[in-house]
Design a protein around this ligand. Sequence first.
Ligand SMILES: O=C(O)c1cc(C(=O)O)c2c(n1)C(=O)C(=O)c1cc(C(=O)O)[nH]c1-2
Ligand SMILES: [Ca+2]
Length: 703
Amino acid sequence: CKSFDTSDFAEENSLADARVHQPKIPLAAVDASTVPQLELDPGNWWSHGRTWSEQRFSPLDSINTSTVSRLGLAWQADLQSHRFGIEASPIVVNGKMYVSSSWGRVFAFDARTGKKLWMYDPKVPGAWARQGCCKPVNRGVAVWKGKVFVGAYDGRLIAIDGTTGKEIWSANTTDSKPWLTITGAPRVVNGKVIIGNGGGDYGTRGFFSAYSAESGELLWRFYVVPGDPANGFEHPEMEMAMETWNQDRDWSVGGGGNPWDSFAFDPELNLLYVGTGNGGPFGSWNPAGGDGLFLSSILAINPDNGRLAWHYQTTPGESWDFTATQHMILADLEIEGRRRKVLMQAPKNGFFYVLDRETGELISADNYAYVNWAEGIDMTTGRPILTEEANFENQARLIFPSAYGGHNWPPMAWSPETRLVYIPAREYGFVWGSDRITWFMTGHDVSTLTDRDLEGKLYGQLLAWDPVLQRAAWTVKFDTLTNGGVLATAGDLVINGSEDGYLRFFNAKNGEQLHEIFFGTGIIAPPISYSVGDEQYIALGVGWNGPKAEPLGPDTTSKYSNAGRLVVLKLDGSEVEPADKIQLQPFMRDDKPQDADLIAEGVARYQQHCAICHGVVGEDTVVPDLRRMSQGVFDAFDLIVLQGLMEAGGMASFGDVLDTEDTKAIRAYLVDWAQRSRKGDQRPFPYDAESQKKVPKLSVPGA
Ligand SMILES: O=C(O)c1cc(C(=O)O)c2c(n1)C(=O)C(=O)c1cc(C(=O)O)[nH]c1-2
Ligand SMILES: [Ca+2]
């Protein structure tokens, strides 16, 4: 690592001294004037990525490469979430922790003892579970002047009293429009709560908004994509964006762009950075009919008035679910002899971008994952150079990276000491196309579509990326496809959980694995670190957001309970007990052969409406595997599916899109699938050409 000069370290060392003696800031005093002290105090993790720069680096070092093997349990707490994953980053200020779980439930704990201080439930109606792609998860809360802010899944932004846990105000950010949901964590910038939404995959129109932290009043809103030009433009940036859209498109369908996860803030430049989402609806070829600003872009916004300072579009004409909502890290790098204030992102599309965060200038871009949709990035235009293989308009294509991304939302981390970015990445392809049952078929039977060999291009990895040299310093390959968010620490540790239920500790310098702890339950959330007194803690949510549409994958999710919980570790703590083992119910025992046409119809209906939660390939799911239905559930199938009998738990009624003919077909398919599974063929549907031909063409759920 020769790419930075040592004066960086001199500065950082004097910072390290300053850190130790910071006065404690209580939650009530968290505001713009105390943020510098909050960030210097290594005991805090006051904002989503610890600081506004979202580096996810803890300056604490008593848990380090030599002591890590002594880690044990400090305390753990139930987060009341079994069906849906835990994705939140806890916030810790002055020895108190605030963390969210599914639907937007919030818990406050004494960070040393684990004593529960309060719990807030936004009581989102269970039927809302149907209104999003990826289940009612929540990535965390934000704090400001004694309040805790959370985005509930149904679109409400809620301010909670940090002392009592009582609601102070609530703002309906989406007017309860269908298919708009909140999964991301808010950020608070200069007294304004910033919140986005998800829904682009269903063809909503994405936007983000700023609310007064004090009163909940809407201060400004920025639409990511234009609406019907007949209705005028809400703000000047929409007029500019319109030039990149086909004006004759169907404006009743929003174009996506939903900013469902990442923000960062530079207080010196007074710029808020926003990562925007893909073009919608999912699976449509170039829904914008042009570059489609501001799809899959990084936006720099003046938070005082919501006006755009600059933008960089990672994926013009976005068609592959290549969101740029992935985590953005702000840091200073020495590049070609100049100290640059940069923003770094590894969006789904497989390229690692280094931008000048003052101006938006593209400094460098190189692929961190295998990519076949673009040859590279043209450094004069900043645009990707598309390949023939990218175009699935008239023909199905196997495209790398997949819609899950070379890297998805689980956040990466930056260590100012090793000068490396640690990315929870994966190698994976996805079949896109208009003439096939595609979107659930990921990784299955792709050999019939293309001769490209998937072998060797399917794995998850932890990638230590040198952003100056734009190349990997080291990589660790996993047997599994999906690993969780990452934490880097001054103890020279990089910490990363995985879907196989292990939390692993690596040497930040070389990737050597130093230690691992087994939780039984799959991990997707990022760990954080904080201290109370002299004791350093590592905290993380465990809870798998299954199912996985993947051919790989451990059987952890089918063997252990998916009990969503917060786990806190410390040196010389007690032994970590894995989650309880569970017993899988047997496959349905009905032996009657089912009608082939009915099965084919059932395949289409199941994949269209059920698979997204109940599983594409069966076995792997933490939402009930329907091949294993009890007779009671089978008999009540129509009551559940068409009338919402189990709505409270998140199984909404589908009575508006399915009828009794459909449920008959779905049941026939499930019975057939259970029969085949019992005989050892677990594949989601018969792969012979005759059976496949019968399956009706699918459309995107909800669209
Ligand atoms: O287009 C969208 O609006 C949107 C929203 C979300 C979300 O809100 O969770 C995800 C995605 N897209 C998406 O593409 C994706 O891969 C994804 C994964 C997850 C998750 O929580 O695991 N959410 C989302
Ligand atoms: Ca998406």
